[in-house]
Write a protein that binds this ligand. Structure first.
Ligand SMILES: *[C@@H]1O[C@H](CO)[C@@H](O)[C@H](O)[C@H]1NC(C)=O
Ligand SMILES: *[C@@H]1O[C@H](CO)[C@@H](O)[C@H](O)[C@H]1NC(C)=O
Length: 356
């Protein structure tokens, strides 16, 4: 009885450890503040400063943006123009669906099957930006992010991504030198993460989107070997909102459709939803354990009831083992105490007999 309980507990513990291990990166993301790699405002001059940016600019002066075709919707034209206007000396490339596919087919043919196989267009839009940064380097900016100032100070870091609140990083604005180890790892892992997760939103988030990127990033920062492979983090205040921030939202949101609000809600509460998932799993596990416990207990009570009042006539017939035979003569109080040892005694007898 006790041995079975122990086995049950051990199996549960093992499952729990495996589960925790598989989501440990997700869990550790919750407490990661990215402070160690944050880009501090003191590192670059203010927007209107006459100070010349002195640090070498290592990220190529290229701005990448993506849209399905050349016709950018009215709502994003201002944002797009603000970046182009502010960076006349940068190369600007708008990657349409057709251009993106041609690029993958020509440069990364091993990925083409996955790229074409993505169920949601946003997955292609997500993945292409990692390939572009890994290949050409430069700065990727989402179409709804306008530029609030020149991006030059950000070109001094080998790679940067932006922090999202409450946790993790996002992929809507990123910069990198070509062949940066972080983005090389990202494109290498895309196929492995191409899984379906029941809900479209979670599938997109975890196969190519910000959650995917955050998990890889969290694993990556454990052991980057050199300063050149470091990924710096653009914090909230430097990203948007203030006069010194690099970007500005020109329009509302980029999601259209009836479920936009639900998706937004889920996006903003994904920690809460993850927590709910764990809670549910914990409650389920506890119920399972409780049920198992009841069954074990009932079984024990059942056996106890039938051994509690030994019948002088039936006892010798019920059990031929000498220990039970002797126990018949013990006072009831002693029997109660020694009851718990029953199983062990019986088992060792059985084992002993089997060896004969
Ligand atoms: C920089 O100059 C522009 C125009 O002169 C002004 O609107 C903006 O507020 C200034 N920014 C800062 C941080 O002083
Ligand atoms: C681009 O896509 C939009 C929306 O589907 C469509 O209205 C427009 O005609 C397309 N433009 C070109 C040049 O194909």
């Amino acid at each position: 009885m006790r041995r079975r309980l122990l086995i049950f507990l051990l199996i549960n513990l093992l499952i729990l450890i495996l589960l925790l291990r598989s989501v440990s990166t997700l869990l550790s993301l919750l407490v990661e503040d990215a402070g160690a790699d944050a880009i501090h405002r003191a590192e670059f001059s203010s927007p209107n400063s006459s100070l010349i940016e002195e640090r070498p600019q290592i990220i190529p002066k290229i701005i990448h943006q993506t849209y399905k075709n050349e016709t950018i919707p009215e709502v994003w034209v201002d944002a797009q123009q603000s970046c182009i206007y502010m960076h006349p000396d940068y190369e600007y490339i708008l990657w349409t669906n057709e251009k993106s596919r041609d690029f993958i087919a020509a440069q990364y043919p091993w990925f083409l099957k996955t790229f074409d196989g993505y169920k949601y267009p946003i997955q292609r839009a997500d993945s292409i930006r990692y390939f572009l940064l890994a290949h050409y380097g430069g700065t990727y900016i989402d179409l709804d992010d306008g530029c609030n100032r020149r991006l030059d100070p950000l070109l001094a870091y080998p790679a940067w991504v932006r922090r999202t609140v409450p946790t993790g990083i996002s992929n809507d604005a990123m910069g990198s030198v070509p062949q940066h180890p972080f983005f090389l790892r990202v494109i290498e892992l895309l196929q492995q993460y191409d899984q379906h997760w029941l809900l479209p939103y979670i599938t997109v988030m975890y196969s190519t989107g910000p959650l995917f990127l955050s998990v890889i990033w969290k694993e990556y920062i454990k052991d980057y070997p050199s300063e050149m492979s470091r990924v710096r983090i653009l914090m909230q205040d430097e990203y948007m909102k203030y006069s010194w921030s690099f970007f500005i939202h020109h329009t509302g949101n980029s999601w259209h459709g009836k479920d936009a609000y639900f998706i937004f809600w889920m996006g903003q509460h994904w920690i809460f939803l993850t927590f709910c998932g764990f809670l549910l799993a914990a409650v389920f596990g506890f119920c399972l354990f409780w049920t198992y416990g009841r069954i074990v207990l009932l079984g024990a009570q059942y056996r106890y009831r039938y051994t509690e009042v030994p019948s002088i006539i039936s006892a010798p017939r019920l059990s031929s083992s000498p220990s039970r035979h002797a126990r018949r003569l013990m006072p009831t109080l002693l029997r109660r105490i020694s009851f718990q040892g029953d199983e062990a005694t019986d088992t060792s007898c059985e084992l002993g007999r089997r060896e004969d």
